[in-house]
Design a protein around this ligand. Structure first.
Ligand code: SAM
Length: 291
């Protein structure tokens, strides 16, 4: 086990959430099962907004024909699939800690797509990547209850590893939920809701702040674009919640009432937190610094 994995969510913790069954997630996610905040333009529906989000990250990381892409935390593979189909990327590798997700991506059977059931800390690429994306995985890179220094150190190791895997001039595009810089983490952690999220929704995970991300990246990456699209996550979470409620009976049959109620509560409460800004949704594009 690598040093980094000890401070982030373990495969067991990841699988407790993501291996609930593909059929369950298909009830409320879009058809590509993209499980992260969408990017809405006007009246876009969820499918269009998820495509727009993926395209934003492909653009910011510079994915084009002949480029090699690494997607850290690839979920069910929507981003790497689009990189190959819509951008003609030479090769796209996805990493996930979820066996169900890895099996799904492997079943796509595209010669230029590769999925690995592997922690980013353990990934040893056969050649440098031109582009790296990581969408909705950063939330799992540091466990709850760590000091700021330990958390930033874990993030620094992530950025250092990404820089080492990128060719000169390579770009990295990340997306993560974050707390505002002045957020009182200790007070929140002591609440019932903090314990609920930590124990029942995303075990062994915690959120960064923007200053922590920038500090951790600074020696190897410079930020090029920073967006806080928190209202887009409020909208995404409300769509997921409405769909889950519409398919409640099927959902309960698949995963049980408690799990469905937990997710309903999480979507409802986090949508409100994104509304008022106690949660942020950061999309940050980085350029690798010259050595
Ligand atoms: C919320 S899902 C997002 C999936 C996808 N990017 C999307 O937008 O739909 C988080 C993903 O991060 C992966 N993940 C979490 N920690 C990881 C790690 N240390 N190494 C590789 N993947 C990780 C999970 O397995 C999962 O695929």
């Amino acid at each position: 086990m690598s040093a980094v994995r000890k401070v982030g969510a373990t495969p067991q913790a990841i699988q407790a959430h993501y291996d609930a069954g593909d059929a369950f997630f298909a009830l409320f996610l879009d058809p590509t099962r993209t499980y992260s905040c969408a990017l809405f333009n006007g009246d876009d529906d969820l499918d269009a907004a998820q495509r727009a989000k993926i395209d934003w990250h492909l653009d910011q990381s510079g994915v084009a024909a002949d480029k090699r892409l690494l997607d850290i935390g690839c979920g069910w593979g929507a981003l790497i699939e689009r990189a190959v189909w819509a951008r003609d990327a030479a090769h796209a590798t996805g990493l996930t800690l979820s066996a169900a997700q890895a099996a799904h991506v492997a079943s796509m059977g595209h010669a230029r797509l590769e999925v690995r059931l592997e922690d980013w800390a353990d990934h040893a690429p056969s050649a440098p990547y031109d582009a790296i994306t990581s969408v909705g995985a950063f939330e799992h890179f540091a466990a709850a209850g760590l000091s700021r220094d330990v958390r930033v150190d874990a993030y620094r190791r992530f950025f250092t590893k990404c820089a080492a895997m990128l060719a000169p001039g390579g770009r990295l595009s990340i997306q993560t939920i974050a707390y505002p810089a002045a957020f009182d983490r200790a007070a929140y952690d002591a609440t019932d809701y903090g314990a609920f999220v930590r124990e029942r929704i995303f075990p062994e995970s915690d959120l960064p702040t923007l200053p922590e991300i920038l500090e951790a990246a600074d020696s190897v990456f410079e930020p090029v674009i920073i967006r806080n699209d928190r209202r887009h996550y409020a909208r995404t979470a409300r769509i997921w919640r409405r769909r889950l409620r519409e398919r409640r009976d099927e959902a309960v049959a698949l995963v049980g009432q408690r799990r469905v109620d937990d997710l309903d509560r999480y979507f409802r409460t986090s949508a409100g937190a994104f509304d008022i800004g106690t949660l942020q949704l950061l999309r940050v594009a980085f350029q690798k610094r010259r050595a």
